[in-house]
Design a protein around this ligand. Structure first.
Ligand code: ADP
Ligand code: MG
Length: 492
Protein backbone atom coordinates (compact mmCIF):
# COMPACT_ATOMS: atom_id res chain seq x y z
CA UNK A 1 0.00 0.00 0.00
CA UNK A 2 1.36 3.40 -0.92
CA UNK A 3 1.48 6.18 1.68
CA UNK A 4 -1.58 8.43 1.58
CA UNK A 5 -1.20 11.89 0.10
CA UNK A 6 -0.77 14.57 2.75
CA UNK A 7 -2.61 17.88 2.87
CA UNK A 8 -0.43 20.70 4.21
CA UNK A 9 1.64 18.01 5.95
CA UNK A 10 -1.37 16.32 7.59
CA UNK A 11 -2.90 12.92 7.06
CA UNK A 12 -6.69 12.84 6.83
CA UNK A 13 -8.70 10.09 8.54
CA UNK A 14 -12.34 9.49 7.61
CA UNK A 15 -14.98 6.98 8.72
CA UNK A 16 -18.54 7.02 7.37
CA UNK A 17 -21.84 6.12 8.98
CA UNK A 18 -24.50 5.63 6.32
CA UNK A 19 -28.23 5.57 6.94
CA UNK A 20 -29.86 3.42 4.30
CA UNK A 21 -33.65 3.36 4.18
CA UNK A 22 -34.75 -0.19 3.46
CA UNK A 23 -37.25 -0.65 0.65
CA UNK A 24 -40.00 -2.40 2.62
CA UNK A 25 -43.62 -1.44 1.92
CA UNK A 26 -44.36 -1.00 5.64
CA UNK A 27 -42.42 0.30 8.61
CA UNK A 28 -39.93 -1.56 10.72
CA UNK A 29 -42.21 -2.03 13.74
CA UNK A 30 -45.68 -1.17 12.40
CA UNK A 31 -47.90 -1.75 9.40
CA UNK A 32 -47.99 1.89 8.25
CA UNK A 33 -46.86 2.64 4.69
CA UNK A 34 -43.34 3.93 3.98
CA UNK A 35 -44.22 5.64 0.69
CA UNK A 36 -42.44 8.97 0.33
CA UNK A 37 -44.23 12.26 -0.26
CA UNK A 38 -47.65 11.68 1.32
CA UNK A 39 -49.58 14.47 3.12
CA UNK A 40 -47.91 15.05 6.52
CA UNK A 41 -48.95 12.64 9.27
CA UNK A 42 -51.16 10.48 7.06
CA UNK A 43 -48.76 7.54 7.38
CA UNK A 44 -48.16 7.49 11.09
CA UNK A 45 -50.16 4.87 12.96
CA UNK A 46 -50.60 4.50 16.72
CA UNK A 47 -47.24 2.69 17.03
CA UNK A 48 -45.38 5.42 15.13
CA UNK A 49 -47.10 8.06 17.26
CA UNK A 50 -46.02 6.20 20.41
CA UNK A 51 -49.53 6.06 21.84
CA UNK A 52 -49.64 4.33 25.23
CA UNK A 53 -50.17 0.59 25.11
CA UNK A 54 -48.80 0.06 21.60
CA UNK A 55 -46.06 -2.49 20.99
CA UNK A 56 -43.54 -2.84 18.15
CA UNK A 57 -43.60 -5.92 15.90
CA UNK A 58 -40.49 -6.66 13.83
CA UNK A 59 -40.87 -6.50 10.02
CA UNK A 60 -39.40 -9.67 8.46
CA UNK A 61 -38.66 -7.83 5.21
CA UNK A 62 -36.33 -5.43 6.99
CA UNK A 63 -34.41 -8.33 8.55
CA UNK A 64 -34.16 -10.07 5.18
CA UNK A 65 -32.66 -6.95 3.62
CA UNK A 66 -30.11 -6.70 6.44
CA UNK A 67 -29.16 -10.36 5.93
CA UNK A 68 -28.81 -9.76 2.19
CA UNK A 69 -26.48 -6.84 2.82
CA UNK A 70 -24.41 -8.83 5.33
CA UNK A 71 -23.92 -11.62 2.80
CA UNK A 72 -23.02 -9.18 0.02
CA UNK A 73 -20.21 -7.56 2.04
CA UNK A 74 -18.86 -10.82 3.46
CA UNK A 75 -19.87 -9.96 6.99
CA UNK A 76 -21.01 -12.18 9.80
CA UNK A 77 -24.80 -12.27 10.06
CA UNK A 78 -25.39 -12.57 13.80
CA UNK A 79 -27.52 -15.61 14.76
CA UNK A 80 -28.86 -13.50 17.61
CA UNK A 81 -28.95 -9.72 17.86
CA UNK A 82 -30.55 -7.34 20.32
CA UNK A 83 -32.65 -4.21 19.94
CA UNK A 84 -31.80 -1.37 22.29
CA UNK A 85 -33.36 1.94 23.23
CA UNK A 86 -31.33 5.02 22.42
CA UNK A 87 -32.79 7.73 24.62
CA UNK A 88 -32.87 11.36 23.57
CA UNK A 89 -35.42 14.13 23.36
CA UNK A 90 -36.37 15.74 20.12
CA UNK A 91 -39.77 16.85 18.80
CA UNK A 92 -39.70 14.40 15.89
CA UNK A 93 -39.19 11.40 18.21
CA UNK A 94 -42.48 10.83 20.03
CA UNK A 95 -41.35 7.85 22.12
CA UNK A 96 -38.41 9.78 23.57
CA UNK A 97 -36.16 6.97 22.38
CA UNK A 98 -35.15 5.44 19.09
CA UNK A 99 -35.22 1.67 18.75
CA UNK A 100 -31.79 0.71 17.45
CA UNK A 101 -29.18 -1.97 17.99
CA UNK A 102 -26.19 -1.27 20.17
CA UNK A 103 -23.90 -3.92 21.58
CA UNK A 104 -25.06 -6.77 19.35
CA UNK A 105 -25.87 -5.62 15.80
CA UNK A 106 -27.31 -7.91 13.14
CA UNK A 107 -24.36 -7.47 10.72
CA UNK A 108 -20.82 -7.62 12.05
CA UNK A 109 -17.65 -6.85 10.07
CA UNK A 110 -17.51 -7.05 6.29
CA UNK A 111 -15.78 -5.01 3.62
CA UNK A 112 -16.36 -2.71 0.68
CA UNK A 113 -13.89 -2.76 -2.22
CA UNK A 114 -13.54 -0.25 -5.03
CA UNK A 115 -11.11 1.08 -7.62
CA UNK A 116 -9.65 4.54 -7.22
CA UNK A 117 -7.90 5.14 -10.52
CA UNK A 118 -5.97 1.91 -10.95
CA UNK A 119 -5.63 1.24 -7.25
CA UNK A 120 -7.86 -1.21 -5.45
CA UNK A 121 -8.98 0.05 -2.05
CA UNK A 122 -10.52 -2.05 0.70
CA UNK A 123 -12.50 -0.39 3.49
CA UNK A 124 -13.54 -2.65 6.33
CA UNK A 125 -16.96 -2.30 7.89
CA UNK A 126 -17.40 -2.26 11.63
CA UNK A 127 -21.06 -3.22 11.62
CA UNK A 128 -24.50 -2.59 10.20
CA UNK A 129 -27.48 -2.40 12.49
CA UNK A 130 -31.24 -2.12 12.12
CA UNK A 131 -33.04 0.88 13.55
CA UNK A 132 -36.03 3.12 12.99
CA UNK A 133 -35.93 6.51 11.30
CA UNK A 134 -37.25 9.57 13.12
CA UNK A 135 -39.95 11.98 11.92
CA UNK A 136 -39.16 15.35 10.38
CA UNK A 137 -39.38 18.90 11.65
CA UNK A 138 -40.62 21.24 8.91
CA UNK A 139 -39.50 24.82 9.40
CA UNK A 140 -40.54 26.22 6.04
CA UNK A 141 -44.23 26.84 5.62
CA UNK A 142 -45.46 27.83 9.04
CA UNK A 143 -44.76 31.54 9.48
CA UNK A 144 -42.24 31.19 12.26
CA UNK A 145 -43.64 27.96 13.63
CA UNK A 146 -42.28 24.47 13.15
CA UNK A 147 -44.43 21.59 11.97
CA UNK A 148 -43.79 17.94 12.78
CA UNK A 149 -44.37 15.29 10.11
CA UNK A 150 -44.25 11.77 11.52
CA UNK A 151 -44.66 9.94 8.19
CA UNK A 152 -40.98 9.01 8.25
CA UNK A 153 -41.05 7.85 11.87
CA UNK A 154 -40.46 4.11 11.92
CA UNK A 155 -39.11 3.80 8.39
CA UNK A 156 -36.58 0.95 8.52
CA UNK A 157 -32.93 1.95 8.41
CA UNK A 158 -29.79 -0.09 8.08
CA UNK A 159 -26.97 2.03 9.53
CA UNK A 160 -23.71 0.92 7.95
CA UNK A 161 -20.59 1.93 9.88
CA UNK A 162 -17.12 1.88 8.32
CA UNK A 163 -13.79 1.65 10.05
CA UNK A 164 -11.80 4.93 9.94
CA UNK A 165 -9.90 3.71 6.88
CA UNK A 166 -10.41 6.40 4.26
CA UNK A 167 -7.61 8.88 3.72
CA UNK A 168 -9.11 11.53 1.41
CA UNK A 169 -12.46 13.00 0.40
CA UNK A 170 -12.07 11.23 -2.95
CA UNK A 171 -11.81 7.86 -1.19
CA UNK A 172 -14.81 8.68 0.99
CA UNK A 173 -16.89 9.61 -2.05
CA UNK A 174 -15.88 6.49 -3.94
CA UNK A 175 -16.68 4.35 -0.90
CA UNK A 176 -20.11 6.00 -0.65
CA UNK A 177 -20.76 5.59 -4.38
CA UNK A 178 -19.83 1.92 -4.24
CA UNK A 179 -22.01 1.32 -1.18
CA UNK A 180 -24.90 3.18 -2.83
CA UNK A 181 -24.56 1.18 -6.04
CA UNK A 182 -24.46 -2.04 -4.01
CA UNK A 183 -27.63 -1.46 -1.95
CA UNK A 184 -29.51 -0.43 -5.10
CA UNK A 185 -28.14 -3.46 -6.97
CA UNK A 186 -29.30 -5.74 -4.17
CA UNK A 187 -32.74 -4.12 -4.30
CA UNK A 188 -32.73 -3.40 -0.56
CA UNK A 189 -32.86 0.43 -0.94
CA UNK A 190 -34.28 2.66 -3.66
CA UNK A 191 -31.16 4.82 -3.46
CA UNK A 192 -33.06 8.09 -3.89
CA UNK A 193 -30.71 10.54 -2.19
CA UNK A 194 -32.89 13.63 -2.69
CA UNK A 195 -35.66 11.90 -0.78
CA UNK A 196 -33.20 10.94 1.95
CA UNK A 197 -33.09 7.22 1.26
CA UNK A 198 -29.28 7.20 1.54
CA UNK A 199 -27.59 9.69 3.91
CA UNK A 200 -24.02 9.81 5.11
CA UNK A 201 -22.46 11.13 8.31
CA UNK A 202 -18.74 11.78 7.76
CA UNK A 203 -16.36 11.51 10.70
CA UNK A 204 -13.22 13.50 9.94
CA UNK A 205 -9.93 14.00 11.80
CA UNK A 206 -6.39 15.01 10.88
CA UNK A 207 -3.02 13.98 12.26
CA UNK A 208 0.68 14.26 11.55
CA UNK A 209 1.88 11.08 9.78
CA UNK A 210 2.60 8.37 12.34
CA UNK A 211 0.77 10.17 15.19
CA UNK A 212 -2.23 8.57 16.90
CA UNK A 213 -5.68 9.37 15.51
CA UNK A 214 -6.78 12.96 16.03
CA UNK A 215 -10.08 14.01 17.58
CA UNK A 216 -12.90 13.69 15.04
CA UNK A 217 -15.79 15.91 14.18
CA UNK A 218 -18.88 14.31 12.67
CA UNK A 219 -20.62 16.04 9.74
CA UNK A 220 -24.27 14.99 9.79
CA UNK A 221 -26.73 14.09 7.08
CA UNK A 222 -24.96 14.54 3.76
CA UNK A 223 -27.39 13.54 1.05
CA UNK A 224 -25.36 14.01 -2.13
CA UNK A 225 -21.90 12.90 -3.20
CA UNK A 226 -21.01 16.48 -4.06
CA UNK A 227 -21.96 17.72 -0.59
CA UNK A 228 -20.01 14.83 0.94
CA UNK A 229 -16.90 15.90 -0.96
CA UNK A 230 -17.34 19.63 -0.27
CA UNK A 231 -18.11 19.16 3.42
CA UNK A 232 -15.09 16.93 4.01
CA UNK A 233 -12.76 19.23 2.07
CA UNK A 234 -13.92 22.27 4.02
CA UNK A 235 -13.68 20.43 7.32
CA UNK A 236 -10.11 19.27 6.61
CA UNK A 237 -8.94 22.84 5.99
CA UNK A 238 -10.81 24.10 9.05
CA UNK A 239 -9.20 21.49 11.30
CA UNK A 240 -5.71 22.06 9.92
CA UNK A 241 -6.09 25.83 10.35
CA UNK A 242 -7.08 25.28 13.93
CA UNK A 243 -4.28 22.85 14.75
CA UNK A 244 -1.76 25.15 13.03
CA UNK A 245 -3.02 27.97 15.24
CA UNK A 246 -2.17 25.85 18.25
CA UNK A 247 -5.80 25.22 19.17
CA UNK A 248 -7.33 21.89 20.09
CA UNK A 249 -10.06 20.16 18.08
CA UNK A 250 -13.08 19.38 20.21
CA UNK A 251 -15.21 16.39 19.41
CA UNK A 252 -18.40 17.78 17.95
CA UNK A 253 -21.35 17.19 15.69
CA UNK A 254 -21.36 19.65 12.80
CA UNK A 255 -23.72 20.62 10.03
CA UNK A 256 -22.83 21.36 6.42
CA UNK A 257 -24.36 24.46 4.87
CA UNK A 258 -24.73 23.77 1.15
CA UNK A 259 -25.19 27.48 0.38
CA UNK A 260 -21.88 28.59 1.91
CA UNK A 261 -20.01 25.30 1.53
CA UNK A 262 -19.02 25.54 5.21
CA UNK A 263 -19.35 23.25 8.21
CA UNK A 264 -20.45 24.62 11.57
CA UNK A 265 -20.64 23.05 15.03
CA UNK A 266 -24.20 22.14 16.04
CA UNK A 267 -23.53 20.63 19.45
CA UNK A 268 -20.66 19.11 21.32
CA UNK A 269 -20.81 15.43 20.62
CA UNK A 270 -22.71 13.30 23.09
CA UNK A 271 -21.15 9.97 23.95
CA UNK A 272 -22.86 6.64 24.32
CA UNK A 273 -23.47 7.20 27.99
CA UNK A 274 -25.64 10.24 27.29
CA UNK A 275 -28.00 7.98 25.38
CA UNK A 276 -28.55 5.60 28.32
CA UNK A 277 -28.78 2.60 26.00
CA UNK A 278 -30.52 -0.49 27.35
CA UNK A 279 -32.09 -3.56 25.72
CA UNK A 280 -35.66 -2.85 24.59
CA UNK A 281 -37.94 -4.99 26.79
CA UNK A 282 -40.72 -4.78 24.16
CA UNK A 283 -38.77 -6.75 21.54
CA UNK A 284 -37.40 -10.28 21.82
CA UNK A 285 -33.86 -10.92 20.58
CA UNK A 286 -33.70 -11.17 16.80
CA UNK A 287 -32.92 -14.82 16.02
CA UNK A 288 -31.73 -15.69 12.51
CA UNK A 289 -31.54 -19.39 11.74
CA UNK A 290 -28.99 -20.67 9.17
CA UNK A 291 -31.88 -21.80 6.92
CA UNK A 292 -33.15 -18.24 6.75
CA UNK A 293 -29.72 -17.04 5.66
CA UNK A 294 -29.63 -19.79 3.01
CA UNK A 295 -33.01 -18.75 1.63
CA UNK A 296 -31.92 -15.11 1.35
CA UNK A 297 -28.65 -16.14 -0.28
CA UNK A 298 -30.46 -18.28 -2.88
CA UNK A 299 -32.58 -15.31 -3.93
CA UNK A 300 -29.68 -12.85 -4.30
CA UNK A 301 -28.53 -11.58 -7.72
CA UNK A 302 -24.96 -12.11 -8.89
CA UNK A 303 -22.94 -9.41 -7.10
CA UNK A 304 -21.31 -6.53 -8.99
CA UNK A 305 -17.78 -7.55 -8.02
CA UNK A 306 -18.36 -11.14 -9.16
CA UNK A 307 -19.87 -9.92 -12.40
CA UNK A 308 -16.95 -7.56 -13.01
CA UNK A 309 -14.53 -10.44 -12.49
CA UNK A 310 -16.53 -12.50 -14.99
CA UNK A 311 -16.45 -9.69 -17.57
CA UNK A 312 -12.70 -9.35 -17.08
CA UNK A 313 -11.99 -13.07 -17.31
CA UNK A 314 -14.53 -14.36 -19.82
CA UNK A 315 -14.82 -11.25 -22.00
CA UNK A 316 -11.26 -9.98 -21.63
CA UNK A 317 -12.31 -6.51 -20.48
CA UNK A 318 -9.76 -4.37 -18.61
CA UNK A 319 -10.57 -4.05 -14.88
CA UNK A 320 -11.65 -0.42 -15.31
CA UNK A 321 -14.07 -1.26 -18.12
CA UNK A 322 -15.46 -4.22 -16.17
CA UNK A 323 -16.12 -1.93 -13.20
CA UNK A 324 -17.85 0.59 -15.46
CA UNK A 325 -20.04 -2.12 -17.01
CA UNK A 326 -21.20 -3.14 -13.52
CA UNK A 327 -22.09 0.36 -12.31
CA UNK A 328 -25.69 -0.82 -11.99
CA UNK A 329 -27.55 -4.04 -12.67
CA UNK A 330 -29.52 -2.58 -15.63
CA UNK A 331 -26.26 -1.24 -17.10
CA UNK A 332 -24.61 -4.66 -16.79
CA UNK A 333 -27.62 -6.34 -18.43
CA UNK A 334 -27.47 -3.81 -21.28
CA UNK A 335 -23.78 -4.48 -21.78
CA UNK A 336 -24.41 -8.23 -21.93
CA UNK A 337 -27.19 -7.77 -24.47
CA UNK A 338 -25.00 -5.48 -26.57
CA UNK A 339 -22.03 -7.83 -26.44
CA UNK A 340 -24.28 -10.71 -27.51
CA UNK A 341 -25.81 -8.65 -30.32
CA UNK A 342 -22.30 -7.96 -31.62
CA UNK A 343 -21.09 -11.53 -31.25
CA UNK A 344 -24.12 -13.15 -32.83
CA UNK A 345 -24.76 -10.55 -35.51
CA UNK A 346 -26.65 -11.70 -38.59
CA UNK A 347 -23.79 -11.43 -41.06
CA UNK A 348 -21.63 -13.87 -39.11
CA UNK A 349 -17.88 -13.68 -39.26
CA UNK A 350 -15.54 -13.05 -36.38
CA UNK A 351 -14.17 -9.57 -36.00
CA UNK A 352 -12.22 -7.83 -33.31
CA UNK A 353 -12.84 -8.13 -29.61
CA UNK A 354 -16.61 -7.61 -29.52
CA UNK A 355 -16.87 -7.17 -25.74
CA UNK A 356 -14.28 -4.40 -25.77
CA UNK A 357 -16.01 -2.65 -28.69
CA UNK A 358 -19.33 -2.91 -26.85
CA UNK A 359 -17.75 -1.50 -23.66
CA UNK A 360 -16.14 1.37 -25.60
CA UNK A 361 -19.47 2.44 -27.06
CA UNK A 362 -21.16 2.21 -23.68
CA UNK A 363 -18.45 4.23 -21.93
CA UNK A 364 -18.24 6.68 -24.84
CA UNK A 365 -21.23 7.74 -26.92
CA UNK A 366 -23.92 6.07 -24.81
CA UNK A 367 -22.71 7.40 -21.44
CA UNK A 368 -22.21 10.86 -22.94
CA UNK A 369 -25.86 10.92 -24.01
CA UNK A 370 -27.14 9.47 -20.75
CA UNK A 371 -25.23 12.07 -18.73
CA UNK A 372 -26.26 14.97 -20.93
CA UNK A 373 -29.91 13.98 -20.66
CA UNK A 374 -29.77 12.74 -17.03
CA UNK A 375 -31.22 9.43 -18.09
CA UNK A 376 -30.78 5.92 -16.73
CA UNK A 377 -29.73 3.25 -19.19
CA UNK A 378 -33.19 1.66 -18.93
CA UNK A 379 -34.59 4.80 -20.58
CA UNK A 380 -32.12 4.81 -23.48
CA UNK A 381 -34.05 5.35 -26.74
CA UNK A 382 -31.97 2.76 -28.58
CA UNK A 383 -31.85 -1.01 -28.32
CA UNK A 384 -28.76 -3.19 -27.78
CA UNK A 385 -29.71 -5.02 -31.00
CA UNK A 386 -29.59 -1.83 -33.10
CA UNK A 387 -26.34 -0.59 -31.57
CA UNK A 388 -24.85 -4.07 -31.92
CA UNK A 389 -25.67 -4.08 -35.65
CA UNK A 390 -24.06 -0.66 -36.01
CA UNK A 391 -20.89 -1.77 -34.20
CA UNK A 392 -20.66 -4.74 -36.55
CA UNK A 393 -20.93 -2.46 -39.60
CA UNK A 394 -17.95 -0.47 -38.34
CA UNK A 395 -15.92 -3.61 -37.70
CA UNK A 396 -16.79 -4.91 -41.17
CA UNK A 397 -15.65 -1.66 -42.76
CA UNK A 398 -19.10 -0.79 -44.12
CA UNK A 399 -19.05 2.54 -42.32
CA UNK A 400 -16.40 4.68 -40.66
CA UNK A 401 -16.48 5.34 -36.94
CA UNK A 402 -17.42 8.94 -37.66
CA UNK A 403 -20.23 7.84 -39.91
CA UNK A 404 -21.41 5.43 -37.23
CA UNK A 405 -21.62 8.31 -34.76
CA UNK A 406 -24.05 10.05 -37.12
CA UNK A 407 -26.18 6.90 -37.36
CA UNK A 408 -26.06 6.61 -33.57
CA UNK A 409 -27.37 10.18 -33.28
CA UNK A 410 -30.19 9.34 -35.66
CA UNK A 411 -31.14 6.20 -33.75
CA UNK A 412 -30.99 8.07 -30.45
CA UNK A 413 -33.32 10.75 -31.72
CA UNK A 414 -35.89 8.17 -32.69
CA UNK A 415 -35.17 7.00 -36.25
CA UNK A 416 -36.41 3.48 -36.55
CA UNK A 417 -35.18 2.45 -40.01
CA UNK A 418 -32.91 -0.56 -40.48
CA UNK A 419 -29.23 0.16 -39.95
CA UNK A 420 -28.29 -0.59 -43.57
CA UNK A 421 -31.13 1.54 -44.91
CA UNK A 422 -29.99 4.40 -42.68
CA UNK A 423 -26.38 4.07 -43.80
CA UNK A 424 -27.44 4.22 -47.45
CA UNK A 425 -29.97 6.99 -46.95
CA UNK A 426 -27.29 9.16 -45.38
CA UNK A 427 -24.72 8.22 -48.01
CA UNK A 428 -22.35 6.93 -45.37
CA UNK A 429 -21.55 3.52 -46.82
CA UNK A 430 -17.86 3.01 -47.33
CA UNK A 431 -16.61 1.50 -50.58
CA UNK A 432 -15.89 -2.13 -50.02
CA UNK A 433 -15.55 -3.02 -53.68
CA UNK A 434 -11.77 -3.25 -53.99
CA UNK A 435 -11.71 -3.22 -57.80
CA UNK A 436 -13.57 0.11 -57.83
CA UNK A 437 -11.13 1.42 -55.25
CA UNK A 438 -8.15 0.16 -57.28
CA UNK A 439 -9.43 2.13 -60.25
CA UNK A 440 -9.70 5.28 -58.17
CA UNK A 441 -6.17 4.77 -56.82
CA UNK A 442 -4.80 4.33 -60.36
CA UNK A 443 -6.48 7.55 -61.43
CA UNK A 444 -5.15 9.45 -58.39
CA UNK A 445 -1.60 8.18 -58.99
CA UNK A 446 -1.79 9.25 -62.64
CA UNK A 447 -3.00 12.72 -61.75
CA UNK A 448 -0.50 13.38 -58.90
CA UNK A 449 2.92 12.70 -60.32
CA UNK A 450 4.47 15.31 -58.06
CA UNK A 451 3.25 13.69 -54.85
CA UNK A 452 4.33 10.29 -56.13
CA UNK A 453 7.81 11.61 -56.79
CA UNK A 454 7.97 13.22 -53.37
CA UNK A 455 6.85 10.00 -51.70
CA UNK A 456 9.56 8.07 -53.58
CA UNK A 457 12.05 10.67 -52.36
CA UNK A 458 11.09 9.74 -48.79
CA UNK A 459 8.49 12.33 -47.86
CA UNK A 460 5.82 10.71 -45.64
CA UNK A 461 3.58 13.73 -45.95
CA UNK A 462 3.16 13.07 -49.64
CA UNK A 463 1.65 9.68 -48.85
CA UNK A 464 -1.00 11.25 -46.63
CA UNK A 465 -1.78 13.70 -49.41
CA UNK A 466 -2.37 10.78 -51.77
CA UNK A 467 -4.69 9.04 -49.29
CA UNK A 468 -6.54 12.35 -49.01
CA UNK A 469 -6.92 12.47 -52.80
CA UNK A 470 -8.33 8.94 -52.85
CA UNK A 471 -10.83 9.83 -50.11
CA UNK A 472 -11.83 12.90 -52.07
CA UNK A 473 -12.19 11.04 -55.35
CA UNK A 474 -14.37 8.44 -53.62
CA UNK A 475 -16.48 11.19 -52.06
CA UNK A 476 -15.37 10.04 -48.62
CA UNK A 477 -16.62 6.52 -49.10
CA UNK A 478 -13.31 4.73 -49.36
CA UNK A 479 -12.14 2.92 -46.29
CA UNK A 480 -8.97 4.92 -45.47
CA UNK A 481 -7.07 1.87 -44.20
CA UNK A 482 -7.90 -0.08 -47.33
CA UNK A 483 -7.04 2.88 -49.57
CA UNK A 484 -3.67 3.17 -47.81
CA UNK A 485 -2.92 -0.51 -48.37
CA UNK A 486 -3.69 -0.35 -52.09
CA UNK A 487 -1.65 2.83 -52.47
CA UNK A 488 1.34 1.27 -50.71
CA UNK A 489 1.14 -1.80 -52.89
CA UNK A 490 0.91 0.20 -56.13
CA UNK A 491 3.73 2.51 -55.12
CA UNK A 492 5.85 -0.58 -54.57
P1 ADP B 1 -20.24 6.96 17.40
O1 ADP B 1 -21.13 5.77 17.26
O2 ADP B 1 -20.28 7.57 18.76
O3 ADP B 1 -20.46 7.99 16.34
P2 ADP B 1 -17.95 5.26 16.72
O4 ADP B 1 -16.73 5.03 17.54
O5 ADP B 1 -18.85 4.12 16.51
O6 ADP B 1 -18.72 6.49 17.32
O7 ADP B 1 -17.44 5.79 15.31
C1 ADP B 1 -18.29 6.30 14.42
C2 ADP B 1 -17.54 6.53 13.11
O8 ADP B 1 -16.41 7.37 13.33
C3 ADP B 1 -16.99 5.27 12.48
O9 ADP B 1 -17.30 5.31 11.11
C4 ADP B 1 -15.50 5.35 12.70
O10 ADP B 1 -14.79 4.77 11.61
C5 ADP B 1 -15.26 6.85 12.71
N1 ADP B 1 -14.10 7.26 13.49
C6 ADP B 1 -13.73 6.85 14.70
N2 ADP B 1 -12.61 7.48 15.11
C7 ADP B 1 -12.27 8.35 14.12
C8 ADP B 1 -11.23 9.32 13.94
N3 ADP B 1 -10.32 9.54 14.87
N4 ADP B 1 -11.21 10.02 12.80
C9 ADP B 1 -12.14 9.83 11.84
N5 ADP B 1 -13.14 8.95 11.97
C10 ADP B 1 -13.22 8.21 13.09
MG1 MG C 1 -22.08 8.55 14.97
Amino acid sequence: MSAPALIRGYEVVIGLETHTQLSTASKIFSGASTTFGAEPNTQACAVDLALPGTLPVMNRGAVERAICFGLAVNAKVAPLSIFARKNYFYPDLPKGYQISQYETPVVQGGRIEFLLGDTKKVVRLTRAHLEEDAGKSLHEDFAGKTGIDLNRAGTPLLEIVSEPEMRSSAEAVEYARTLHALVVWLGICDGNMQEGSFRCDANVSVRKPGAPFGIRREIKNLNSFRFLQQAIDFEIQWQIDRVEDGLAIEQATVLFNADTGETRAMRSKEDAQDYRYFPDPDLPPLVIAPEWIERVKAAMPELPAAMATRFAQADGLPAYDAAMMTQSLPFARWYEALRDACEHGESGGAAAAWPKLAANWLMGEVSKKLNAESREIAAAPITPAALGALIRRVAEGAISHNGARQIFEALWSGETAEIDALIDAKGLRQMNDSSALEAIVDEVLARNEKSVAEYRAGKDKAFNALVGQVMKASQGKANPAQAGEILKRKLG
